[in-house]
Design a binder for this molecule. Structure first.
Ligand code: ADP
Length: 245
């Protein structure tokens, strides 16, 4: 584990990795990266590397879990043993079980689940490298994997966290800010509908600070949303070119 830094914000107001308070980490998104899944996406956000794969809609197993009026949505968030500095046990931890639920619940409102009764959709998220904010990066990637699988959705869900490092409200916390900062507020959003599908808070903030953090996280979500749309366009532009060849 990294040692506690003396200060999270320097005299110039910059963060440990040189970012300004309202700056996102560098983000790279790719859609359609696994040919065996029905849909997939990969995201790098700072040092985070997260892969999402989707299967479905397909038959429900075991059959008695099928619902007559909607699809069953399942999600498994998993951190690879090599994703953090100390080897992580590959078995699902309590945290991973909780995050699987959190990710599923933040995506579900966007999906027209009633279009596919008696079916299921599986979302698999693999964190290959973790550096704070993996639940948000997972939501952003999983939403794209769902879109890539052709699942009808109201909007593409996007997620980003804001929080407090030192005395400053900052966007997109990395691991050290997450660990040694005062608060972390992950937000997931359907930007076109202006609807929040996830809002959590870990730490302590005054009401005004909380409001600034949520607004900053929403601004971050909107920037990432633009990158999501570009990534989808890139995938379909290249598929079209291949089809024309
Ligand atoms: P999130 O990744 O959504 O911020 P947490 O706040 O629970 O979720 O975790 C913060 C960060 O702590 C993770 O992104 C990861 O970098 C680190 N972390 C999580 N689990 C472990 C672990 N088992 N060992 C080492 N670091 C971990």
């Amino acid at each position: 584990m990294t040692d506690k830094p003396e200060k999270l914000i320097d005299k110039k107001g910059l963060r440990l990795d040189g970012r300004k308070p309202d700056e996102l980490r560098p983000i790279k998104i790719e859609v359609g990266v696994i040919s065996n899944a029905d849909g997939s996406a990969y995201i790098e956000q700072g040092k985070n590397k997260v892969l999402a794969g989707v299967y479905g809609p397909r038959e429900v197993h075991p059959k008695h879990l099928a619902l007559p009026d909607r699809m069953v949505l399942k999600c498994r968030y998993h951190m690879a043993p090599f994703s953090v500095q100390e080897r992580k046990s590959p078995a699902p931890s309590r945290r991973e079980i909780e995050l699987s639920k959190v990710i599923r619940e933040s995506l579900e409102p966007a999906i027209f689940v009633e279009y596919y009764p008696r079916t299921m959709v599986d979302i698999f998220v693999e964190v290959l490298q973790a550096d704070g904010g993996t639940r948000c990066a997972s939501i952003t990637a999983a939403a794209l994997a769902l879109a890539d699988a052709g699942i009808p959705m109201r909007d593409i869900v996007v997620a980003c966290a804001a929080g407090k490092a030192g005395d400053t409200i900052v966007l997109d916390l990395m691991d050290e800010e997450d660990k040694y900062g005062t608060a972390d507020v992950p937000v997931a959003l359907m930007p076109n509908l202006n609807a929040v599908t996830l809002l959590q808070m870990d730490g302590i903030l005054s009401y005004d600070e909380f409001e600034s953090a949520v607004n900053l996280a929403i601004e971050g979500c909107k920037k990432i949303y633009t990158m999501q749309k570009e990534a989808i366009r890139r995938k379909y532009a290249s598929a079209k070119e291949e089809g024309e060849e």
